[in-house]
Design a protein around this ligand. Structure first.
Ligand SMILES: Cc1cc2nc3c(=O)[nH]c(=O)nc-3n(C[C@H](O)[C@H](O)[C@H](O)COP(=O)(O)OP(=O)(O)OC[C@H]3O[C@@H](n4cnc5c(N)ncnc54)[C@H](O)[C@@H]3O)c2cc1C
Length: 506
């Protein structure tokens, strides 16, 4: 086929939750634009966005202790927690818009209410949690948070975790009922189903190999159709590289100055999954602990109630590890191939700086299943090995770059939108807080890449996301309104709701 037939307005590379979210926003804002999606696997949401590959936490800083740090004067810095909570509210609003307009039929297919809890042991951490609770519970975005050190109360909240405890060390927990479990795999599939009905062209088993600028400022995307074995060339005025761990390689192919001096550090993951429904039935919360000394923030241990594959289950982890692959389905050469003359110094500096982390991750990979069970028993003292299986989670490629504060080769734990100065191409790198903040991150892509259209699009964006451009922390009444209306639309007010796929079975 000739290039003329292959021209389109927008190309989205990768069919994960990020491309799905950007596609859904663009279909509402510019319905006349033609969009093509290229995905190297056979279906949508099979890498990090898949429900078995991530923890499914609707991250809004209700329970994640690494989003609140202790300052040198002993006070708690809640600014990051407020920021992440605000970002999650944008996702809730957009998902509510999709449900209200029947673009997604049943919210229970992807989101469930579940209490979010933080749990600590030992005097030092109990003091930290108490201070964190005081700082957050007075803030409107964290309204409804409870705190307890009372073993009886803790037994009521988390019977499975409290049973069989012999230690007399003090324990404390916070609990907030407005947390969520989000099936990002299901959400990705629902969004792409909707996009396909809107005329978006989905191309599976199409692996993007190269991206080059054309003489008129568009981008030529070279694609290997792995089903037919042929090479295709497609051009578009705007390209989004939403390839998860695969984004860095493709960004480097573009040659844009913004792609230089950036590296990637892959972190693999494992979960323990409970195969005993009676055990799973006895726990109903996402319970986050504190990261072990030397552990990266994304390996904070947590025990989560999940709704996956038509059943309620428990996931514990993630156990972080080292693998040179950038995608779960990637190659052992991914890390080596990402080292280029322009980022070699940055990568080497990070290698020296992060020796401790690399050592920690390699030790984690070597853990035996019984050692993993020992870590689980810090949460569930009576956990039996036969009730738990190991599942391999997704890969997270952390960004390495030179920063003013951290110096050369600094490891970043957040997400990063990298775009060309003319806004014709953008890539998403990094993995945290992740899918929960997809709407916030994709709005950032729109702001960076379509500044001329934003004025015209703003009324529609505000219709979909009423708090867009406003701080909810500064507008508590608006927050109350939005929080209760999105809870209503997304079915989050019901206690112990049954997901619709389970209802259909009953
Ligand atoms: C262990 C773990 C736990 C996590 N827990 C949470 C959590 O609790 N809450 C949360 O919000 N987030 C969590 N995350 C992060 C979240 O999963 C990711 O941020 C999110 O899924 C990323 O979506 P994506 O669309 O960018 O990438 P992906 O879902 O990885 O999708 C990228 C797609 O691009 C395709 N692709 C790659 N290269 C090419 C190519 N060359 N050509 C064509 N297609 C290509 C891939 O096959 C894939 O389908 C977690 C991640 C991990 C790994």
């Amino acid at each position: 086929m000739s290039d003329i037939q292959m021209k389109t307005d927008v190309i989205l590379i990768g069919a994960g939750v990020m491309s799905a979210t950007l596609g859904a926003l663009l279909k509402e804002l510019a319905p006349e634009w033609n969009i093509k999606v290229f995905e190297k696997l056979a279906c949508t949401g099979e890498e990090s966005s898949n429900e078995w590959n991530n923890a499914g936490t609707g991250h809004s800083a209700l329970c994640e202790l690494n989003y609140t740090s202790e300052k040198s004067d002993g006070s708690i810095d809640i600014s990051k927690a407020v920021k992440i909570n605000e970002q999650f509210q944008l996702s809730r609003q957009f998902w509510s818009f999709l449900v209200q307009h029947s673009l997604i039929r049943n919210p229970r297919d992807f989101i469930m209410p579940i209490p979010h809890m933080s749990l600590v042991q030992g005097e030092k951490d109990v003091n930290f949690l108490k201070k964190r609770f005081k700082a957050l519970s007075n803030h409107p975005l964290f309204h409804g948070m409870e705190y307890s050190e009372d073993p009886q109360k803790l037994k009521e909240w988390i019977p499975l975790i409290m049973e069989g405890r012999t230690s007399h060390e003090p324990m404390a927990a916070t609990k907030i009922d407005s947390g969520t479990d989000v099936n990002f795999g299901a959400l990705t599939r629902l969004l792409f189903d909707y996009l396909q009905k809107q005329g978006v062209e989905m191309n599976y088993q199409h692996s993007v190999k190269d991206i080059k600028r054309t003489h008129d400022g568009s981008w030529r995307v070279k694609v290997h159709n792995t089903r037919s074995g042929t090479i295709e060339n497609h051009t578009a005025k705007f390209v989004f590289i939403g390839s998860g761990g695969g984004s860095l390689h493709l960004l480097q192919k573009t040659g844009i100055p913004e792609s230089k001096r950036i590296g990637g550090f892959p972190v693999s993951g494992l979960f323990l999954v409970c195969n005993n429904p009676e055990v799973a039935e006895r726990h109903h919360a996402k319970v986050y602990g504190k990261a072990k000394l030397g552990a990266p923030p994304m390996s904070v241990p947590h025990l989560d109630t999940r709704y996956i594959d038509n059943k309620k289950t428990l996931l514990f982890g993630p156990f972080a590890g080292f693998s040179p692959k950038f995608l779960k389905t990637g190659s052992n050469l991914d890390l080596i191939r990402s080292v280029k003359p322009n980022n070699v110094m940055t990568m080497l500096a990070a290698g020296v700086k992060e020796m401790g982390l690399t050592k920690y991750l390699i030790q984690q990979v070597m853990l035996s299943n019984e050692k993993r069970m020992e870590e689980l028993r810090e949460f569930i003292p009576n956990a039996k090995s036969k009730d738990w299986d190991v599942v391999v989670a997704g890969q997270r490629v952390q960004v390495i770059k030179d920063t003013d504060t951290g110096g050369k080769g600094t490891l970043q734990f957040g997400t990063e939108v990298v775009s060309a100065s003319d806004g014709s191409i953008a890539a998403l790198l990094g993995a945290s807080p992740g899918a929960s903040t997809a709407v916030h991150v994709m709005l950032e892509v729109l702001e960076k890449c379509f500044p001329q259209q934003m004025k015209q699009w703003e009324p529609k964006i505000k219709e979909m996301i009423p708090s867009y451009g406003l701080s909810l922390a500064d507008n508590p009444e608006l927050f109350e309104d939005i929080f209760s209306s999105t809870a209503e639309t997304l079915g989050l007010n019901e206690q112990n709701p049954v997901p619709s796929h389970l209802m259909r079975k009953a």
